[in-house]
Design a protein around this ligand. Structure first.
Ligand SMILES: *[C@@H]1O[C@H](CO)[C@@H](O)[C@H](O)[C@H]1NC(C)=O
Length: 105
């Protein structure tokens, strides 16, 4: 009994949340798709990606993009992202990002 409670708590923790962030190599959420990552503020690579969609459920998110690898260098905040496809066109190459739940970064 105790073990099964522990196991179900563990699998709930490991379950991939329904919400998330996905980046694409094309400009309109087409082309090669990256892995779906949770919007928990963790840093992920954005190399060779040009568009993204945050949380198809429609909740607001903020995505911070960085010019440098590992979320370093100049930062661009994309606020109020809620399921739409956004073309990342900052005029400079983007190498990494963090996605946050909520409207601000
Ligand atoms: C992005 O948001 C962070 C956190 O609110 C803020 O510190 C930073 O100045 C913002 N950057 C830009 C370029 O707006």
């Amino acid at each position: 009994m105790r073990l099964s409670i522990a196991l179900s708590a563990l699998s709930a923790l490991l379950a991939v949340p329904a919400y998330g962030f996905q980046a694409f190599s094309g400009n309109a959420c087409d082309g090669a798709a990256g892995a779906v990552v949770p919007c928990d503020g963790s840093c992920h690579a954005f190399d060779n990606r040009h568009s993204f969609r945050a949380d198809p459920s429609g909740n607001a998110h903020c995505v911070a993009f960085f010019v440098g690898p590992s979320c370093t260098g100049q930062r661009f905040n994309f606020t109020g992202q809620a399921g739409q496809c956004t073309n990342v066109n900052t005029g400079t190459n983007i190498r990494s990002f963090r996605c946050f739940s909520g409207g601000g970064c």
